[in-house]
Design a protein around this ligand. Structure first.
Ligand code: GDP
Ligand code: IMO
Ligand code: MG
Length: 426
């Protein structure tokens, strides 16, 4: 498959990092195309867990080109720290990393705005990762106060910073927020970052267009999950980018017609970090048990993740939206020991039963999940290397999810390690 896209189909943390790392063996280029350091992708190598935020998960294979494309919002300090940490572990980061000159840059004012504005969201805050993501995307869309990576190398960079700091100062004053921004200090700091990142900065749009035309094998690595998509997710409890499959062409500059395969990543249950409705949430012993077994704490913010039963209404919606040709069902081992498992197959809303996912968050809040109950399994399955080695009831659970979502489950994951992965055929 020359061009494959990996997309999370839930609210993020579906274990995309593990699958991307595995699939990079068959790819030459791995591309992050949206989001920023709000992402936390885990790759386990030789028993050690690496947490990647901006760095594409292909970085562990030295012959793979890692691309941070135009649609990403880049926190230079965070990326540089990641690079240093990786180098400290002997991972090569050199000409194998390309950063788009079109990507937008996160500045200190974006963190301040994230902190101030999430508070104003009313009863239920979005609960952002506080990484300045939304404010940076807002400035990108607003244009006047935005800085792209390429701008850091222009002669007017200092003046640009001074102008933006003046404008932001007025915004903070209007919000009665005590935020002081020192233009000179920020300029010096970012000039330093720009210098260190310079060897990696390139026109990645041109690079990727040449690559697809040359039929090079490319893997797109989605961040977050499709239910957090700014246009199609559970708005306003979403992130600020197109985190469903539709985001790959926009963020990378590669036309959608080149994407030949979309792999939808799903957990065997649902989780969510931050605010917003979650129809199948289990705020009880079951949720707690899943959280404990699945170690469901945020990779970035360490917040406990909310846990619940698998929501097939939501995942069917996002599988269709993302054009998923195949599914990878992750963390199946976490469900071992539960006597029975529930899958939400429909919603009841105002006395009607539906398989459609509501567009409005208030409707999603009101739905009653309709559950199908399947028998669980008591065995530990972390050692299983084939579908046949899974307990019957686990196989039935996997097959039922594939059937409900209308896509084949081609990969099942039974533990964090590369080895704990079952490929193909049911
Ligand atoms: P991502 O953001 O989608 O890459 O996912 P995260 O890295 O935030 O969260 C997934 C977590 O699950 C990580 O800690 C992984 O090491 C872990 N993990 C991945 N696959 C499995 C699995 O099959 N079973 C278990 N128990 N853990 C897994
Ligand atoms: P990965 O790539 C899970 C959530 C936040 C919050 C909302 C908006 O690791 O799957 P933001 O900081 O983006 O403005 O926060 O989105 N969120 C994630 N949840 N996994 C992620 O990334 C997430 N990135 C953002 O918790 O609810
Ligand atoms: Mg994550």
């Amino acid at each position: 498959m020359p061009v494959t896209c990996v997309v999370g189909l839930q609210w993020g943390d579906e274990a995309k990092g593990k699958i991307v790392d595995l699939l990079t063996a068959e790819h030459e280029i791995v591309v992050r195309y949206q989001g920023g350091a709000n992402a936390g992708h885990t790759v386990v190598r030789e028993g050690k867990a690496y947490k990647l935020s901006l760095m594409p998960s292909g970085v562990f294979r030295p012959d793979v080109r890692c691309v941070i494309a135009a649609g990403v919002v880049l926190n230079p300090a965070s990326l540089l720290e990641e690079i240093e940490t990786l180098r400290g572990h002997g991972v090569r980061v050199a000409d194998n990393l390309l950063i788009s000159d079109r990507a937008h840059v996160i500045f200190p004012w974006h963190f301040e705005e994230d902190r101030l504005l999430d508070r104003q969201c009313g009863a239920e805050a979005i609960g952002t990762t506080m990484r300045g993501i939304g404010p940076c995307y807002r400035d990108k869309v607003g244009r006047a106060l935005a800085v792209r990576v390429g701008d850091m190398y222009r002669a007017d960079f200092r003046e640009r910073i001074e102008r933006i700091v003046r404008a932001k100062g007025e915004v903070f004053a209007a919000l009665a927020a005590e935020v002081t921004l020192d233009a000179e200090k920020i300029y010096e700091e970012y000039r330093g970052y720009a210098e260190r990142l310079a060897p990696h900065v390139a026109d990645t749009t041109a690079f990727l267009l040449d690559a697809v035309e040359a039929e090079r094998k490319i893997l797109f690595e989605g961040a977050q999950g499709a239910l957090l998509d700014i246009d199609h997710g559970t708005f306003p409890y979403v992130t600020s980018s197109n985190s469903s499959g539709v985001g790959a062409p926009a963020g990378s500059g590669v036309p959608g017609r080149y994407v030949e395969k979309v792999i939808g990543i799903i957990k065997a249950y649902n989780t969510r970090v931050g605010g917003g409705p979650f129809p199948t949430e289990q705020d009880n012993d079951i949720g707690e048990r899943i959280r404990r077994r699945g170690n469901e704490y945020g990779t970035v913010t360490k917040r406990p993740r909310r846990c619940g039963w698998f929501d097939a209404v939501a995942a069917r919606y996002t599988a269709r939206l993302s054009g998923a040709d195949a599914l990878a069902l992750m963390l199946l081992d976490v469900l071992s020991g539960l006597p029975e498992l529930k899958i939400c197959t429909a919603y009841e809303l105002d006395g009607h039963r539906t398989r459609d996912f509501p567009a409005h968050v208030d409707d999603l809040r009101r739905v009653e999940p309709v559950y199908e109950t399947l028998p669980g399994w008591s065995e530990e399955i972390g050692e299983a290397t084939s579908f046949d080695a899974l307990p019957d009831t686990a196989r039935r659970y996997v097959a039922r999810i594939g059937q409900l979502l209308g896509s084949p489950v081609e990969i099942v994951s039974v533990g964090p390690d590369r080895k704990q992965t079952i490929f193909d055929k049911q």
